[in-house]
Design a binder for this molecule. Sequence first.
Ligand code: ATP
Ligand code: MG
Length: 167
Amino acid sequence: MVHTGDGKGKTTAALGLALRAVGCGMKVMMIQFMKGTWKYGELEAAKRLAPDFTILQMGEGFTWETKDRRKDIALSKKTWEFCKETLQSGKYGLVILDEMNYVLGYGFLDTKEVVDFLKKKPEELHVVLTGRNAPKELVELADLVTEMKEVKHPFQKGIIAQRGIEF
Ligand code: ATP
Ligand code: MG
């Protein structure tokens, strides 16, 4: 599954799936590529669903500045190695790779390598990749692709991030 597009809801839709899957008795792992993407709300809620739902922040040290591109690439590769182990572990019914599309878009990871690995994933395992600008190879591979389209966002009215909605 791929959640992409420039409207709000890519990560929250993935969290909704996690809730549903946990209710069906599945173990769920969510891995974050970019530090700071996940907010207080979901981190606290996940603790209540432990050990069935785990969210892991791997992005510590990410700079997103081109001057430290080598460091960002190294960290992306390390995170991807962990993702591969998780995907193959057989422990989870659903694995969410949050903001993975950004990492591929920036060229920090090779899209072909990721797509080739996902082609060989265990058949019964569900995988969600979120983030704007999903690469076309990923869109082709996925069974389900949803594009969030911005119609209105409170930010345009000057409404700042609201507790429980944005964080
Ligand atoms: P969310 O986590 O709320 O589901 P998202 O995963 O779709 O959002 P990201 O691209 O990960 O969106 O962006 C993260 C942050 O940017 C969130 O706080 C989100 O509310 C905000 N955001 C998303 N879309 C928009 C938009 N169209 N205008 C302004 N802010 C936005
Ligand atoms: Mg997001």
